[in-house]
Design a protein around this ligand. Structure first.
Ligand SMILES: C[S@@+](CC[C@H](N)C(=O)[O-])C[C@H]1O[C@@H](n2cnc3c(N)ncnc32)[C@H](O)[C@@H]1O
Length: 243
């Protein structure tokens, strides 16, 4: 099992028995990190996200998502070198989950993942209980690409590639792009065991860390915004191991 005391100290912002958080740009920090058993991450989609839900607008209207303003090829130019680093930090025969939003960003992710060396094993569809806003189509799903580095072991029980899970309720949301803990929990369970090391280089409010800690996995999170690091630390303090 990883000994967190051996991790680089530079930019280290938080550490407990299960999680560490680095405050900074993952592109700079990834090369000095150890190899990990799983990557579960949710990079900015390049859509200059503007919260639509009234609660979210009130809470996050003035907190932009770093690097979310990058569009199209510019987004890919930014993301691809980071993706190379993520691939490098993943152990052989292991899995990476990337939340990849909706069209067209899915294609950029797909292209970049293949180029860095992943095999695309699945495109998971997360279906939410209700629709978002939209003039032509109202979005009800997001995609999660599953990349294999080598040949990961087969899970005990396969799960459907269509996953139904409610969004985080507006009243409790703390990050405009927050993912449900239960969804991350299901993804983590599929390919890790207790004590494994998980990496989320775009951790936002720390959903991956909270889910991992509650399952007895260790996690390294990186986040460029101090505000979100502080929110993640608060969430970790409130989380309880349920195993
Ligand atoms: C889509 S959000 C992740 C939300 C997260 N899944 C959650 O449940 O809260 C992406 C996050 O990546 C962060 N970010 C953007 N560029 C970054 C970089 N170069 N290094 C580290 N974090 C970055 C943003 O500040 C944002 O919080």
């Amino acid at each position: 099992m990883i000994d967190f005391n051996e991790l680089p100290k530079e930019n280290l912002y938080y550490k407990d028995d299960w999680c560490v958080i680095y405050l900074g740009d993952c592109q700079k920090l990834l090369p000095s990190l150890p190899k990990v058993d799983l990557i579960l991450t949710d990079p900015p989609y390049g859509i200059n996200f503007v919260p639509q839900r009234e609660f979210s607008k009130q809470k996050f209207g003035d907190i932009p998502i770093a690097n979310d303003e990058l569009q199209g090829d510019k987004w890919l130019e930014w993301f691809h070198p980071i993706n190379e680093l993520m691939f490098d930090r993943l152990k052989d025969d292991s899995v990476a989950y990337y939340y990849s939003g909706f069209n067209p960003y899915y294609y950029y992710y797909y292209y970049s993942m293949l180029k860095v060396g992943f095999t695309i094993k699945a495109n998971l569809i997360w279906i939410k209980e209700n629709f978002g806003m939209g003039y032509h189509f109202r979005r009800q799903y997001e995609q999660i690409l599953v990349g294999f580095k080598g040949e990961p072991p087969t899970p005990e029980k396969p799960i459907s590639d269509v996953i139904f899970c409610n969004k985080v309720p507006s009243k409790t949301i703390v990050h405009s792009c927050q993912k449900p803990e239960d969804l991350n929990r299901r993804l983590i369970l599929q390919y890790t065991k207790q004590g494994d090391l998980i990496l989320d280089p775009f951790m936002g409010s720390g959903t991956t860390l909270v889910a991992s800690k509650n399952l007895g996995r260790k996690t390294i999170g990186i986040e460029i915004s101090k505000e979100y690091c502080d929110i993640a630390i608060k969430r970790l303090a409130q989380s309880v191991m349920v195993i």
